[in-house]
Design a protein around this ligand. Structure first.
Ligand SMILES: Cc1cc2nc3c(=O)[nH]c(=O)nc-3n(C[C@H](O)[C@H](O)[C@H](O)COP(=O)(O)OP(=O)(O)OC[C@H]3O[C@@H](n4cnc5c(N)ncnc54)[C@H](O)[C@@H]3O)c2cc1C
Length: 339
């Protein structure tokens, strides 16, 4: 395998931002992953695992260690279980499943990135999360250099969380993910946008639902179309915060309007971050130099052209401060920071 030096990282990210990697390599096999880890160890280099770069903001200075791009390919099927290599394109896999009439991930169509990236933050959209269908995650343990297999329960999945982005962050490299799907199952139409789309029509097929999801996403700039400036983002930049019911009641009283929210566990509610941003003055199309908010989606911070990571961070800080001041909520960014 080839280890290259000073490789620009911006083209490997959907933000199109970031300086170079001191070292960069592509792993096509599990053996190459081990080789790269040994290369980094021998030189005392920090290691960063790169998938599709769609949930990533790279610093302007770049990264002084080794960036390992996961490009393992292959899909194997055993009855209704699909074992997929981490470097497969996620949306390509969804298309494959829907073509074969398998349901369970049709609402996750159009999400960029790799299959290996999906368990990290338990990717979710339109009423589905990968944790609904993941049965097994194969990983390399970076402390022991042994391969291990995790069950769904081992992964500790929750909203935009798993052990891979919390307690065990940076400890494992995902090499394969297995999913159990349902053949000829009914599509899931749980979200308002989708219900509206199919209002009055007979039960749509899995293919129709995934196509609708891509179309709805495209309308919001959340489906990557080359040349669309609203797509130079990392998707939603902030997680929807979960706050206590008491805190929520105080906000509702102070705002004097109906505040959208979803119950989530006892005494807790989830509030849409987009609503908080809008109320705090950050509307679609908001600009701050070369950084801004997508003209079609309040939660997507975008590179308007020539933005640096510092520009995006300055906008992030302004939003976090103003939302905190108004609501007493500290928003958490969703994308991973590399620098
Ligand atoms: C336009 C747009 C829309 C989006 N919509 C959604 C959405 O609807 N729902 C949603 O949940 N997300 C969404 N995202 C975010 C993003 O697409 C997902 O989080 C995706 O799963 C990230 O995968 P990736 O391969 O690009 O990971 P990367 O961005 O390359 O990496 C993200 C993190 O995962 C780690 N990682 C990646 N691959 C591996 C691996 N094989 N082993 C170990 N660690 C790994 C990286 O080290 C890093 O910490 C969107 C992003 C964009 C740009």
């Amino acid at each position: 395998m080839e280890f290259r030096e000073q490789v620009a990282l911006a083209p490997y990210t959907t933000f199109k931002i970031g300086g170079p990697a001191r070292w960069f390599a592509e792993a096509l096999t599990e053996a190459e992953i081990v080789e790269a880890v040994e290369f980094a160890r021998a030189r005392g280099l920090p290691l960063f695992v790169l998938g599709g770069g769609s949930n990533l903001l790279v610093s302007d200075e770049g990264f002084t260690g080794l960036v390992l791009h996961i490009t393992l390919k292959g899909i194997e099927q055993r009855e209704d279980v699909f074992d997929v290599a981490a470097g497969e394109d996620w949306d390509g896999f969804v298309r494959h499943l829907v073509d074969e009439e398998y349901g369970g991930v049709e609402c996750l169509a159009g999400i960029p990135g790799t299959v290996g990236g999906t368990p990290i933050q338990n990717v979710g959209a339109y009423g589905q999360e990968v944790s609904d269908t993941v049965t097994r995650v194969r990983v390399l343990d970076l402390t022991t250099l042994k391969f291990e297999e995790f069950s769904n329960a081992d992964c500790g999945f929750a909203y935009r969380r798993s052990i891979f982005n919390t307690m065990q962050r940076g400890k494992y490299i995902v090499t394969h993910v297995s999913f159990r799907l349902r053949q000829n199952g009914e599509p899931r139409i749980a979200y308002a946008d989708l219900k509206r789309y199919f209002q009055g029509s007979v039960t749509p097929s899995l293919k129709e639902v995934s196509a609708a999801v891509r179309e709805i996403r495209r309308g919001k700039g959340m489906y990557i179309v080359p040349g669309d400036p609203d797509c130079r983002s990392a998707g939603s930049f902030f997680r929807n915060p979960v706050i206590s019911a008491n805190h929520f009641a105080r906000i509702a009283k102070a705002e004097g309007v109906e505040v959208p929210h979803y119950p989530t566990g006892e005494g807790a509610v989830k509030v849409p971050a987009a609503w908080l941003l809008e109320r705090a003055g950050f509307h679609k199309g908001y600009t701050m130099g070369a950084a801004g908010i997508s003209s079609r989606h309040t939660l997507a911070l975008v590179n308007r052209g020539g933005a640096t990571a510092a520009d995006i961070l300055a906008l992030r800080d302004r939003i976090v401060a103003q939302v905190d001041e108004r609501f007493g909520i500290r928003l958490e960014p969703e994308p991973v920071w590399l620098g």
